[in-house]
Design a protein around this ligand. Structure first.
Ligand code: GDP
Ligand code: MG
Length: 290
């Protein structure tokens, strides 16, 4: 059989399970996942290799109306993933009432095959699943509708089979040992950001960005210095916490996951700085890689 390879973009509203699906396919936690919306801020490539195929998945930020320049950059990432895909997976959360069909309207313009993926089937009964599928039944441009649970890997192998049907014959785009277009530093900063999203509340998770100051690889240990930037003085105090307790917990939680990710001991040093209203500061966004 001829080798197949292509780009598959996972798109959808926030929190539908896009990153969970990417990780399920890769069998590895590449993209960070939290119950909060806007966890994913970048387009992240995840490369899946089989005997006769290579799929280059794109995980993307959830589609939202931009409130900050940061959001505009996030939506640009979505746009690029929408435009250069061989196949689009439009992901829907079956537990939510009505899906936002405006994403479908945007996708339709690109004339790329679309599989609608109805996720979280583990949480929805038959009637709910049917209600989630209904809006897409007779829409033009939808190649298929597949019900899955990304979290519990229900029907994901079937979905993979369907995806392969749409991939063109093409040699691999990336070397087989490459897992992503992003480097270790990026994923380490994402792990720290995931812990911020999980441990803090209200506006803190959305106001924080992690900047890698130093990454020194030694034989038995990686020495990492990271700066957490927040928008305001008051947020800095909350991040650090009374007698530094909060940031200590953050550091410990992040270090454990980083050690698992890099397979090595890690020394992690965190500091907190203020970058006033960085989410609307073009130069700062650029420095942060947006
Ligand atoms: P994203 O914003 O679309 O990338 O969504 P995430 O992958 O970050 O997942 C958002 C939340 O939905 C997390 O709490 C996941 O654990 C949860 N989730 C994802 N897939 C499933 C699923 O199949 N079933 C259930 N019950 N929860 C899921
Ligand atoms: Mg995500």
């Amino acid at each position: 059989m001829a080798f197949k390879s292509g780009f598959v973009s996972i798109l959808g509203e926030p929190n539908v399970g896009k990153s969970t699906l990417l990780n399920a396919f890769l069998g590895q936690k590449l993209s960070i996942i939290t119950p909060k919306a806007q966890t994913t801020r970048h387009r992240i490539l995840g490369i899946m290799n089989g005997d006769d195929f290579q799929i280059v998945f794109s995980d993307t930020p959830g589609v939202i109306k931009p409130h900050y320049k940061l959001h505009e950059s996030m939506m640009k990432a979505v746009e690029s993933a929408r435009e250069d895909a061989d196949l689009i997976l439009l992901m829907i959360d079956s537990t939510l009432p009505a899906p936002d069909l405006s994403i479908y309207e945007q996708i339709k313009e690109n004339n790329i095959p679309v599989i609608v993926v109805i996720n979280k089937c583990d949480q929805s009964d038959k009637a709910r699943m049917e209600a989630a599928i209904q809006p897409f039944r007779d829409l033009p441009g939808i190649s298929e509708i597949v019900e899955i649970s990304a979290l519990h890997c229900i029907n994901t192998v079937f979905l993979l089979g369907r995806i392969l049907e749409f991939l063109p014959e093409h040699p691999a785009y990336y070397p087989e040992d490459e897992l992503s277009d992003k480097n270790i530093r990026f994923f380490v900063s994402e792990i720290i950001r995931e812990k911020i999203m999980l441990l803090y509340h209200q506006e803190i998770p959305y106001s924080a960005e992690v900047f890698m100051e130093e990454y020194k690889e030694e034989e038995t240990i990686d020495r990492i210095k990271a700066i957490i930037f927040v928008s305001r003085e008051s947020q800095k105090a909350i991040l650090i916490g009374h007698q530094g307790k909060a940031i200590k917990t953050l550091g410990t939680e992040a270090r454990k996951d980083i050690e698992e990710f890099v397979g090595k001991h890690v020394f992690l040093e965190l500091s907190v700085k203020i970058s006033k209203d960085w989410r609307d500061n073009e130069l700062q966004l650029k420095r942060f890689g947006y």
